[in-house]
Ligand binder design. Structure first.
Ligand code: PRP
Ligand code: URA
Length: 209
């Protein structure tokens, strides 16, 4: 069954509150999404498997730990997911990056896919699918469909702000998916915006409105 986790780390919560403020500038918004993305990746990567490896320090040989198992891919849902990628790559620099381009039709609120570019071995990778906002859940559910169609099975969805409606819809569509958020907000308004939320993440990140 799908696991939903709100990451309560104090640094994440503090930075998220600054991010939400309507007066946060584009520069501040971008920096904070990057930092929170990194902190979320730190928490989400807690469960990555380790293996023993023999190394030599300047003093002695020892059995040390290194990451084992599947290699990682970070896949942002464009546009806003792009803001989380660099922060994650600071922690996991060897990860590959795929892109899924999708926007939400303002009338229907349904996602429209416009681009998919993924590592060729995506089926063999542990995937962090990232997007700051989980609103109706339509974009995330379609992005997971796209990944599964290409053989991926090991996917974690990482967002910053989630609406209860989106969590429910995504869990119903993909019961095998683990979902991580920095906050579970109250509800969606009639326009499909998360309340209290932080507004339109893509526009705030890129300064397009
Ligand atoms: C936003 C957000 C998600 C989507 C969430 O993207 O970044 O991708 O909406 O909404 P949903 O859960 O109801 O599908 P948007 O469509 O505004 O595109 P943008 O990132 O290009 O601005
Ligand atoms: N997309 C956003 O960027 N913000 C919302 O509140 C909902 C969807």
């Amino acid at each position: 069954m799908s696991k939903f986790t709100v990451v309560e780390h104090p640094l994440i919560q503090h930075k998220l509150s600054i991010l939400r403020r309507k007066e946060a500038s584009t520069k501040e918004f971008r920096e904070l999404v990057d930092e929170i993305g990194m902190l979320m990746a730190y928490e989400v990567s807690r469960e990555l498997p380790l293996e023993d490896v023999t190394i030599e320090t300047p003093v002695a040989q020892m059995t040390a730990k290194q990451l084992a198992g599947k290699k990682l891919a970070v896949v942002p849902i464009l546009r806003a997911g792009i803001g989380m990628v660099d922060g994650i790559l600071k922690l996991i620099p060897a990860a590959r990056v795929g892109h899924i381009g999708m926007y939400r039709d303002e009338e229907t609120m349904k996602p429209v896919e416009y681009m998919v570019k993924l590592p060729t071995d995506i089926a063999d990778r542990q995937i962090f699918l990232v997007d700051p906002m989980l609103a109706t859940g339509g974009s995330a559910a379609l992005a997971v469909d796209v990944l599964k169609k290409r053989g991926a099975s090991n996917i974690k969805f990482v967002c910053l702000v989630a609406a209860p409606e989106g969590v429910k819809a995504l869990q119903e569509a993909h019961p095998d998916l683990d979902i991580y958020a920095a906050s579970l907000d109250d509800h969606l308004n009639e326009q499909g915006y998360i309340v209290p939320g932080l507004g339109d993440a893509g526009d705030r990140l890129f300064g397009t409105k």
